[in-house]
Design a protein around this ligand. Structure first.
Ligand code: ADP
Length: 491
């Protein structure tokens, strides 16, 4: 039987202990990591718990004192080395993602490259963290601003992008001069630990970059209550984000939260319908629909709804479902069996309330031997009260709605507590402006099904979060703006 280590070109990237203060630290308690694609056991990872969190934060606190003061050029060299090593080992990092999370290998490798882009960008961008000289009202004074690193940052990350959600936070944090403690999701610790091994090789001083695995609640409590921690970066559910925000409030820690979404994918009657159907497939089925920016409500203007459904159906029938390691597969498994049950419950509920299932509509676990769900297309009419319209589907289920007017489309699209990504397909320039301005979302893709890149701001409004990752904003997020007033300048 091929083990995970056998699949790697560099088996040393397979780590199962936590990385604290430059050392690999084990624990008596371990938790199993299993592959959602075939249910095989991959590894037993040490749970270092609250005690591990404490020692990692202590190490990060000590390390920050030096790292925060090094020249940005020196820091950027090490951050850049980390980037280069990530790309050099993209095959292995992709293999780890596919094994523990399930997404197709090509997509997994794409995630590695995408995530590495933030590391590279940040290494460059941190050199441009400029201050300004300011006018002052007081005679004989001068004023200026400087940007300084926030301090010790903790990052709590999800399983759907096991690699990129870490690099997207840690690239800018490290380049800005912060030290970091990462807690990855229990489903996908191996990608995080491999990144730690590459950070070790890149030459970060001990304690600057730490990865700890284990009990989320215990670790989260230590992280949010420690005086040394100045910032909590989180990507995950809105529920846990709110909890962490409440916990961080006592110490008035900075929070950067990237939470759930309920993306409307709007197709207006003047749209290029082939491009829109391609967009639906790209947005809906990447990572089997398990992304916070996945199309959640496909809103077609009534006149073109049938033509769109026909095009989407045609494309969906060609999607290949299976193990992420099998060539040609576009849809891998969901993260675990509970996810399959949750997605199926949404589909059955919609069906019971009158929605029509046009493609798929059931689990494929029995035939494929893993946590699979068939790519599914549902026609939900104009029933926006369905659970499937109001919860994040996080699965390969496309639910299409029909709405007549532009005003009603904007109103319905905004009728959610979430505000992460929205998509609009139209060729009318007036509509481009009216919709992109009217939609209460942090990002709007117009005739574009994907919105994230290292150079651009990623983040949400309303209950989808606070803060932005990417671009100059993603680096600034990890800095404090300090004002200095100098007196006694006049003789
Ligand atoms: P999902 O439901 O997609 O797994 P979560 O928000 O539960 O999303 O998980 C995202 C990250 O938050 C994971 O690393 C998880 O371990 C962590 N997490 C979950 N609960 C807590 C908690 N109480 N305190 C700190 N971290 C938590």
């Amino acid at each position: 039987m091929t083990t995970l280590a056998d699949r790697l070109k560099d088996a040393d990237l397979l780590k199962t202990d936590s990385f604290i203060n430059g050392q690999w630290v084990g624990a008596d308690t371990r938790f199993a990591v299993n592959s959602p694609g075939d249910r095989s056991h991959l590894a037993d990872v040490a749970d270092v718990g609250g005690a591990g969190a404490r020692s990692a934060i202590d190490a990060a606190d000590k390390a920050f004192k030096g790292w925060g003061k090094t020249s940005v050029f020196e820091r950027a060299r090490i951050v850049q080395r980390w980037h280069d090593l990530i790309l050099e080992h993209a095959d292995d990092l992709g293999t780890l993602i596919t094994a523990e999370m399930g997404k197709p290998f090509g997509e997994a490798k794409g995630e590695v490259t995408y995530g590495a882009g933030f590391v590279n960008w940040s290494a460059e961008e941190a050199k441009r963290l400029h201050g300004e000289t300011l006018q002052t009202p007081f005679p004989g004074t001068r004023g200026w601003t400087v940007r300084q690193p926030v301090g010790v940052v903790v990052c709590i990350t999800p399983w759907n992008f096991p690699s990129a959600m870490i690099t997207r936070k840690c690239g800018p944090a490290l380049a800005a001069g912060c030290s970091v403690v990462v807690k990855p999701a229990p489903e996908t610790p191996l990608s995080a630990l491999a990144l730690a091994e590459l950070a070790r090789r890149a030459g970060f001083p001990d304690g600057v970059f730490n990865v700890i695995c284990g009990d989320a609640k215990a670790i989260g409590e230590v992280m949010t209550s420690s005086d040394a921690v100045r910032m909590v970066g989180f990507t995950g559910s809105t529920e846990v984000g709110k909890l962490l925000m409440r916990q961080a409030a006592d110490g008035v820690k900075r929070v950067s939260l990237e939470l759930g979404g309920n993306a409307p994918f709007i197709i207006m009657d003047d749209a290029d319908l082939d491009a829109a159907a391609d967009g639906v497939i790209a947005s809906k089925f990447r990572a089997a629909g398990q992304t916070c920016v996945s199309a959640n409500r496909i809103i077609a203007q009534a006149g073109i709804a049938d033509a769109l459904i026909e095009r989407v159906t045609e494309r969906m029938k060609k999607l290949k479902v299976g193990s992420g390691f099998e060539s040609g597969v576009q849809i891998g498994p969901l993260i675990h069996d509970e996810a399959v049950e949750r997605v199926d419950a949404l589909v059955q509920d919609a069906k019971g309330k009158g929605a029509k299932v046009l493609v798929g509509g059931s689990p494929m676990a029995d035939e494929l031997g893993g946590s699979f769900y068939a790519p599914t297309l549902i026609e939900s009419g104009s029933n926006f009260s369905l659970s499937i319209a109001n919860s994040e589907i996080f699965g390969p289920v496309a639910s299409v709605y029909r709405v007549e007017s532009e005003e009603e489309i904007i109103r319905l699209a905004n009728s959610t507590p979430y505000g992460l990504a929205a998509y609009v397909y139209t060729r009318d320039i007036g509509r481009v402006h009216r919709l992109s301005e009217g939609l209460e979302f942090g990002m709007v893709g117009v005739n574009a099904p994907m919105v994230g890149s290292p150079a651009t701001p990623f983040g949400g409004v309303k209950e989808s979060g606070i803060g932005r990752e990417g671009g100059k904003w993603g680096v600034e997020e990890f800095t404090e703006l300090k004002f200095v007033l100098l007196g006694g300048v006049n003789k």
